[in-house]
Design a protein around this ligand. Structure first.
Ligand SMILES: C[S@@+](CC[C@H](N)C(=O)[O-])C[C@H]1O[C@@H](n2cnc3c(N)ncnc32)[C@H](O)[C@@H]1O
Length: 420
């Protein structure tokens, strides 16, 4: 078994598109495992990988466990509003059923519990199920012991309420210690979520970004079946806008990156089932067929507005905001024209290039997209979102090597970034 075969194995087992974390990260992880087992050649190691325990060890090495409390606070405000105004179950004595998948070391599901506690829900009024593929991370989650890195926002008042500070470490206190049911689970497992609990709220943040498009679509379909008809689905800010094509519609909660189910589901193409058993592509260099044209997601465009508008002169920010609004309404041509016009006057605006890249991508004008994102990155070498979108675009169109370069650059930007 070669390194390529190990890549394929990881894709089949956990959906990992190695391009999204960088092949060098995989190589590092394999080397690391070989070193601890004192194995000197990849083939011998690959034989070892037939043992489930070793596969788990390798998975633990390659996954990205990055998480923190109140990551994107607007997501939790949305859940609070949903639980107290939209959700009808409380009046009938039902529990609010919440899923956090993947939960990593527990910061996300505990934050959900804190958010619900803040709006007066008692622990017997909700159930939070939290899954992750990694047993190691779940063990940490259950311990409820956290360092400073888990508190990255500027505002952390909640910490005094829910944690005891013991020797410089924050220990979850009794109030919410048992608020979350942690379980091991693989989203790609064909039995995961089948015929099981229906959830009022599903968090799946910062996982789909590591999947290829087919696997993302299959995951969205799975979540569609697991979500109550009037439920709320929350994803990460850099995640795919394809929810709009998979029978979801944007929710009313701004900046939360959340969706509701479409009232009348449309059939989704069979090609978007889980690709777990699909053979790997013949060659990564071969361009994939262009995906169908899509309306852009508001969230991506809101990201444009919110993240950078404060760095622009007021009038310029307003122009880009207008362009984003037009695009959100599906008026892509007008939005694109506004950006182009803006760029004629401000040829050094990384933000305008980034927005135009998103618009051209949504229009299906794929040959232009990479150049636009590249210009954004050239003009602003710290433009994380442009790098991530560029990397995803390159992977999608078969240029895994360049995608890897931009993914690594984006990782470096992220690790240099100050806490929110
Ligand atoms: C970046 S963390 C996201 C944590 C949290 N949702 C957040 O947004 O802060 C990604 C997590 O996905 C988990 N993971 C990766 N592949 C998975 C799979 N196929 N099924 C379940 N969990 C998976 C990893 O173990 C890791 O903890």
């Amino acid at each position: 078994m070669s390194l390529k075969a190990i890549k394929d194995l990881l894709k089949q087992t956990i959906g990992l598109n190695v391009g999204s974390v960088g092949a060098s990260n995989l190589e590092r992880a394999v080397r690391q495992r070989m070193k601890s087992l004192e194995i000197h050649d990849v083939h011998a190691y690959s034989l070892k990988l037939r043992q489930p325990d070793e596969l788990r060890e390798l998975i633990d090495e390659v996954i990205v466990p990055e998480t923190w409390f109140f990551r994107n606070p607007a997501s939790f405000t949305a859940v609070q509003q949903f639980a107290t105004t939209r959700w009808q179950g409380r009046a009938n004595g039902k529990k609010l059923q919440v899923l956090s998948m993947p939960c990593s070391t527990g910061e996300e599901p505990y934050t959900i519990a804190m958010a619900l506690d803040q709006v007066g829900l008692q622990p017997n009024e909700y159930q939070i199920d939290a899954f992750d593929i990694s047993q190691r991370l779940l063990t940490k989650a259950k311990r409820g012991v956290y360092g400073r890195n888990s508190f990255r926002n500027k505002e952390n008042e909640f910490r005094d309420q829910y944690f005891d500070l013991v020797g410089g470490i924050y220990v979850l206190n009794d109030k919410l210690r048992n608020a979350v049911n942690f379980q091991q689970g693989n989203l790609l497992d064909k039995y995961f979520g089948v015929g099981g609990q229906i959830y009022d709220v599903i968090f799946c943040r910062n996982l789909l970004i590591y999947f290829d498009r087919d696997t993302q679509n299959a995951a969205m379909q799975k979540f569609h079946t697991m979500l109550a008809e009037d439920g709320l689905m929350l994803i990460g800010h850099a995640e795919t806008p394809d929810f709009l094509r998979n029978n979801f519609t944007r929710s009313e909660y701004a900046r939360s990156f959340s969706y509701n189910k479409l009232a009348h589901a449309k059939p989704v193409k069979a090609s978007t089932r889980f690709a777990v058993a699909a053979p790997p592509p013949a060659t990564l260099k071969k361009p994939a067929p262009a995906p169908p044209r899509a309306k852009p997601s508001l969230e991506f465009l809101e990201t444009v507005e919110l993240k950078r508008a404060d760095q622009l002169p007021q009038t310029d920010a307003a122009v880009l905001r207008d362009a984003a609004r037009l695009a959100n309404r599906g008026e892509l041509r007008e939005a694109g024209a506004l950006c182009e016009n803006y760029l004629r006057q401000h040829p050094a605006s990384a933000q305008a290039y980034y927005l135009l890249g998103l618009i051209r991508e949504a229009e299906g004008k794929h040959p232009l997209v990479a150049e636009l994102f590249k210009k954004a990155v050239y003009l602003d070498p710290n433009h994380y979102e442009a790098m991530i979108h560029l990397a995803l675009h390159l992977v999608r169109y078969g240029d895994a090597d360049s995608a890897k370069k931009f993914q690594l650059r984006a990782n470096r930007v992220l690790s240099r970034k100050k806490p929110e």
